[in-house]
Ligand binder design. Structure first.
Ligand code: GLU
Length: 618
């Protein structure tokens, strides 16, 4: 598989360059564009895993020049803003988790988007029909879904808190890639095609992403000089040039009055963002969530993401069971049941802690987890959705069984991007960033080269006063992003994360279970077929998962349905990245071998004597 892709990549690189630049004598060698992807890389002196070889190369370049993991993570993220513009970029938000080798502490930055101050709680209700806007494609393609972006502030804060470079230096590789262009692969082409109607809706988006009215061809070179100019502006003036000045005015104007082309019938509800909203944005320093599982310390993202509490609670629910000693279908049955219970509590209790009281401590309390684990019947699936637990009154004793709730539709869209970086000093970054669904709101800020997010669709669509995730002005919508760092005796053991909307939680959870309980190597744990039980009647599963475990799990009472839908066209869950830390300093960086067209893992050096500046002389 890898060899085939590599050959394909080499051919497309050569082809592409010969199209744009016939004067170059030996294009295949002269082309600096990175197209080769390896899903696993082992070595020393630092490592990176992302979905994209240009982004991984940017991180490796920074590490080789003496930058640390925070510097390299920002360089990679900015490059993803160029090469994965439908998943990430300065028009979005995310969560940055850092393990500091000097202090042995994990810290996080909450760079989630916020709702504008003037956003009413019925913003998602169509005034004409008094009903919620149809979710896809109507609500998701709108100004009203755009949250105040947090990504530029996150980069600046991460560099200030942990990095050694300034923003200008960290943006250099991305500016280069935006100027020289990258080779369009099948994934980029497909994602553009999937978004055709949404992108056609806006003049600015047509101009950037539909040259000649169509998706850029596989093998062609895609350049984004306008994004390069925007990055240069940030490099020169810092993020005050994003949260203030002409760019902030452009963003607010675009949200309030998206540049509609008139070529589609999408209604494009307008938004409420002002330049004051942008000026008031803050990326927040947060304590991570913490729990222990099988003797390891698991650190994750605290609310406003539900990632840390939900992964952590599910692990607490699984803790009493010997998954390792079970048949695979029995272990997976427990994984489903634990996930459903944790999702019930996520829905009932998790929202932005600046606005609602989130019982983070109780959700991560092993006593609470033990009590919830009583509800798992080892031989039969509970009727879903299961009820949330009682976070104010629990003692670990088994409650009487509860009746199921009415099923609810999960509207959280996919896709995001995720990256993992380690440096030679032992610092680690796990960073998930997003513009919400693939293509975000579909709206490019005219002349600025980037898409705006549609993150506010992560709020509940219909307002209920007791819903922790109800729309409130200034609030962060609940996320599922789950950047996770696991320590063993205070030292990094495993860092991992994934995109995938609410399946992020299950992907991270399943990968941890695969690795820690089911004895898989980290490349196998990540590549294994996935399934997501998010407290719904049916379990969403990849076709390969259904082939492997469908009959056994069906016999236990689970109903498995194939993942993917007409809009995303991909029957896959997540696009994870990870780094595992060996005892001898050996790093195993892992990306997807197949999902999203395969990811890109790289190490600074394959040589143990190399600390990033080249092998030491013998
Ligand atoms: N909006 C989602 C979240 O915050 C992320 C989207 C995705 O991962 O694809 O959880």
């Amino acid at each position: 598989m890898t060899t085939v892709r590599r050959r394909f990549a080499a051919v497309t690189a050569a082809l592409a360059l010969s199209v744009t630049s016939g004067a170059v004598a030996s294009p295949a060698f002269a082309d600096p564009r990175q197209t080769e992807k390896n899903p696993t890389a082992t070595g020393y002196g630092g490592a990176v895993s992302t979905v994209d070889p240009e982004a991984s190369a940017a991180a490796i370049e920074v590490l080789r020049k003496g930058g640390n993991a925070a510097d390299a993570a920002v360089a990679a993220a900015a490059t993803l803003g160029v090469t994965e513009p439908y998943s990430a970029g300065i028009g979005g938000g995310g969560y940055f988790v850092f393990y500091d080798a000097k202090t042995g502490k994990v810290g996080t930055i909450d760079g989630r988007e916020t709702a504008p101050a003037a956003m009413p709680n019925d913003a998602f209700i169509d005034p004409k029909t008094k009903e919620p806007y149809p979710f896809t494609p109507d609500l998701v393609t709108s100004g009203v879904s755009v949250g105040v972006p947090g990504t530029p502030a996150t980069w600046e804060r991460a560099l200030k808190r942990w990095g050694t470079l300034d923003l200008g230096e960290a943006l250099k590789p991305a500016i280069q890639v935006a100027n020289r262009g990258f080779v369009v692969d099948k994934t980029f082409n497909q994602q553009t095609t999937d978004n055709l109607e949404r992108f056609k809706t806006f003049t600015s988006t047509q101009k950037l992403f539909l040259p000649g009215g169509e998706a850029p061809a596989v093998g062609s070179i895609f350049k984004n000089p306008e994004l390069a100019a925007t990055y240069r502006l940030l490099a020169k003036e810092g993020t005050s040039a994003f949260y203030g000045g002409q760019l902030a005015a452009d963003i607010a104007a675009t949200v309030k009055s998206p540049p509609k082309s008139g070529d589609t019938d999408l209604p494009v509800p307008t938004g409420f963002m002002t330049t004051e909203d942008l000026a008031n944005y803050k990326a927040l320093d947060q304590d991570p969530t913490h729990m222990t599982y099988r003797g390891y310390d698991v650190y994750g993202m605290a609310p406003s993401s539900s990632g840390g509490t939900t992964v952590g609670e599910a692990l607490n629910i699984l803790a009493p069971f010997d998954l390792h000693g079970m048949k695979p279908t029995d272990a997976l049955h427990h994984y489903f049941e634990a996930s459903a219970l944790a999702f019930a509590d996520r829905g009932a209790y998790v929202g932005d802690p600046a606005f609602v009281n989130v019982p983070t401590k109780a959700l991560l309390d092993p006593v609470f987890g033990k009590e919830r684990s009583c509800l798992i019947n080892p031989t039969s699936a509970a009727a879903k959705p299961v009820q949330p637990g009682n976070v104010t009154n629990y003692d670990g004793a088994c409650p009487t069984s509860t009746t199921p709730l009415a099923d609810e539709k999960d509207t959280e869209n996919i896709s995001t991007t995720n990256l993992t970086v380690a440096d030679k000093w032992g610092n680690v970054v796990e960073y998930t960033l997003t513009i919400e669904q693939t293509g975000g709101s579909g709206i490019v800020v005219p002349g600025r080269g980037f898409l705006l997010n549609n993150e506010l669709t992560d709020f509940s669509t219909v307002y209920k006063a007791d819903d922790p995730n109800r729309i409130q002005p200034g609030k962060r919508p609940r996320s599922s992003m789950s950047p996770t760092i696991i320590l063993d005796g205070g030292k990094p053991f495993l860092a991992l994360g994934s995109p995938g909307g609410s399946t992020i939680i299950t992907t991270v959870l399943q990968t941890i279970v695969n690795r820690l309980d089911l004895g898989m190597s980290i490349p196998d744990a990540l590549a294994a077929p996935r399934a997501a039980q998010r407290n719904t009647k049916t379990v969403t599963a990849e076709p390969a998962f259904i082939d492997a475990y469908g009959p056994g799990l069906t016999a236990l009472g689970h109903t498995l349905t194939k993942s993917g839908d007409a809009f995303t066209s991909a029957a896959e869950i997540g696009a994870a990245t990870a780094i595992e830390f060996g005892k001898d300093g050996k790093l195993t960086a892992v990306a997807e071998p197949v999902r999203r067209g395969g990811g890109s893992a790289m190490v600074v050096s394959g040589d143990q004597r190399d600390n990033g500046t080249g092998p030491k002389p013998k």
